[in-house]
Unconditional design. Structure first.
Length: 100
């Protein structure tokens, strides 16, 4: 069974037992979180979508970490202007539990 759920402003297709990286969530390592905004579910019985779904997705926070560095380089040719900025996104690794 799978579900398409909105987590921290992004949509993910998740299955039970799967580990995914999402934008930083509030909570400590080991906490359980629940996501109520389920857009679609599917499985052996077919696909269900719409606002009539009363499904929630349970997950456990495994760790908080930072992603790879993304370099942003700006340059204007023949003007001597160069600018280099770096950025690392704050992420949370979660394990999907039950889709109920």
């Amino acid at each position: 069974m799978f579900a398409i759920v909105t987590i921290a402003g992004q949509q993910f297709k998740v299955r039970s037992g799967e580990e995914i990286f999402v934008h930083r969530l509030a909570g400590n390592v080991g906490d359980k979180v629940s996501f109520k905004e389920v857009l679609m579910t599917g499985g052996d019985t077919g696909v269900q979508a719409g606002s009539s779904l009363s499904t929630s997705v349970e997950a456990e926070i495994l760790s908080h970490l930072k992603g790879d560095k993304v370099l942003v380089f700006k340059k204007k040719r023949r003007k001597g202007y160069q600018k280099l900025n770096g950025h690392r996104q704050c992420l949370t690794k979660i394990r999907i539990g039950a889709i109920a």
